[in-house]
Design a protein around this ligand. Structure first.
Ligand SMILES: Cc1ncc(COP(=O)(O)O)c(C=O)c1O
Length: 510
């Protein structure tokens, strides 16, 4: 059960004033008056926040929401978990800003991160602190070009790597790049292998993508010079939680090795347990040469890091990619605890197993609702894609946005993504209580039922009134992605013995 002392608000979702409530309206109006029109999230979730706990948020009008957004994959351990709060309190009394000078907090963080790295990077990496995700990506690309004595980066369609002056040219969305005053480096765009929307071959796994890359670098007439690096998200994040075929990352690694190209993994969204492993590349057994880390590493405090192979460059010039806020002590203290919690607990295998069951649950809902064209995911990174009809697979962004609004009205926060905004993304904090998963899934189907039902039509006979059944659906119908992970062993455990709740997993050590 959710626990008021250490976990989520037990009564979420609780709507006492349909949002935005009166005080939220006042604060939103003030924000609109004083802040730029560029503010985005306040349109998606129009409310003002008072406080948060675990996997729940309370607004200033007393409404309580189940949070399936988690600060966009930043709060992988939820809001204010007690162990992170205690680490922050301890550091708060020591020092807040120390430039790059060593501190106990910095050393402890580096040791912990070194232990946590994937594959052969573990114990064979150097670290370069940055502040934001875009900052880390720019540094990684600069580092790759420096190490290779040439420039050029392969980046994928659907990619999101930030909107900094350089990083925005690696991001694929036109709307982000439009009007950027800064010159982009040499970016070679290649279609990401999306099994639901394939561009380079439908049934061949990643073979089409790799063949295209081979053509680019081996055909003297391809029009492309040999790039220094390939930059890849192991699962597309803002691009709509697209899980590539299993052979993609291994064959990308081989491609890079064949041609002396560096492999850069942007794990800003996928990293730190989000997919049920510490790093998403671990699912494929692939080690990148450079790893971009941000979002969840600071537990909500802004901090990012680039980890790179220690033999990549003999020496970097002093001040290479310098900055004032590199490795903030408060973020470092929290980050050490984030890494420890992820490594100590059984949180990661539980995330993988529960994620596979949630995929099944969304697929079962999709079987009753043809507006859902595809469900896919790994761990707690699950995409539910809306289409106008399953045959044409025409993206239906309006339906996803209507779902977001309908869920918000029911007290559940779930965000959209994808090129057309057509994908609803499940990215709850990993230790979320099972009860809140159940309530959120009920709200999801209820909202979809409402949107799918013509105003005057009688209730659908296929879906009995009340809750959808708990338990697991039969195998998916054609048109759905394959189930991911092992078949579910049984229903999500419910009730006070739930070992997944914040109340157990993240309690203060006594
Ligand atoms: C995969 C990925 N890379 C880079 C970024 C950019 O991070 P930031 O917004 O901190 O610059 C994001 C942000 O969502 C991301 O998801």
């Amino acid at each position: 059960m959710p626990d008021e002392e250490t976990g989520s608000f037990a009564d979420a979702p609780r709507i006492v004033h349909p949002p935005p409530g009166p005080r939220s309206r006042e604060l939103l109006a003030e924000q609109a008056r004083l802040e730029t029109d560029a503010v985005a999230y306040s349109h998606a979730f129009p409310m003002a926040i008072r406080r948060a706990r675990g996997a729940t948020i309370e607004d200033v009008d007393g409404n309580r929401y189940i949070d399936w957004v988690a600060g966009v994959s930043v709060l992988n351990l939820g809001h204010r978990p007690p162990r992170l709060e205690a680490a922050l309190d301890r550091q708060r009394a020591e020092i807040w800003h120390a430039l790059e000078l060593p501190t106990e907090a910095r050393a402890a963080f580096l040791r912990e991160l070194d232990e946590s790295l994937p594959g052969s990077l573990r114990h064979h990496a150097r670290f370069l602190f940055t502040v934001t995700g875009g900052d880390a990506v720019e540094t990684a690309v600069q580092l790759a070009d420096f190490a290779q004595h040439r420039s050029g980066t392969v980046a994928f369609s659907g990619a999101y790597h930030g909107v900094h002056g350089g990083a925005v040219h690696l991001t694929s969305g036109r709307r982000y790049r439009a009007g950027s005053p800064f010159a982009g480096g040499r970016v070679i765009r290649v279609p990401y292998p999306d099994p639901y929307r394939p561009v380079l071959g439908a049934d061949e796994g990643a073979a089409g993508t790799i063949a295209y890359l081979e053509h680019l670098v081996t055909d003297p007439g391809s029009g492309v010079d040999l790039p220094s690096a390939v930059l890849v998200e192991p699962i597309l994040g803002e691009g709509g939680y697209v899980v590539p075929p299993d052979d993609f990352l291994p064959s990308l690694r081989e491609f890079c090795d064949r041609h002396g190209i560096l492999l850069l993994a942007d794990e800003i969204h996928t990293g730190l347990g989000r997919t049920g492993r510490m790093w998403a590349v671990e699912h494929a057994g692939v080690t990148p040469d450079i790893l971009c880390i941000s979002n969840a590493i600071g537990g909500g405090l802004p901090m990012s890091v680039v980890a790179y192979r220690d033999d990549l460059v003999p020496r970097l010039p002093t001040g290479f990619h310098l900055g004032t806020y590199r490795g903030n002590p408060l973020g470092l203290a929290v980050g050490t605890e984030v890494l420890r919690l992820l490594r100590e607990d059984d949180l990661l295998p539980r995330t993988a197993a529960r994620g596979a069951r949630i995929v099944d649950r969304f697929q079962a809902i999709g079987e009753r609702h043809p507006s859902i064209g595809n469900v896919r995911g790994r761990g707690f990174m699950i995409g539910v894609e809306f289409v106008r009809d399953r045959a044409s697979r025409q993206p239906w962004g309006e339906r996803a946005r209507s779902m977001r609004a309908a869920l918000f009205a029911r007290g559940v926060l779930m965000h959209t993504g994808g090129a057309w905004d057509q994908v609803m993304r499940f990215m709850a904090p990993l230790p979320i209580e099972d009860l809140l998963l159940e309530r959120g899934l009920e709200a999801f189907e209820d909202a979809l039922e409402e949107l799918d039902t013509p105003v005057s039509a009688p209730p659908s006979p296929s879906h009995p009134p009340g809750h959808p059944p708990i338990g697991f659906p039969p195998p998916s119908t054609p048109g759905f992605g394959p189930p991911i992970g092992p078949p579910p062993p049984g229903p999500l455990p419910l009730g006070p013995d739930d070992p997944g709740g914040f109340s157990v997993a993240l309690r203060h050590p006594r």
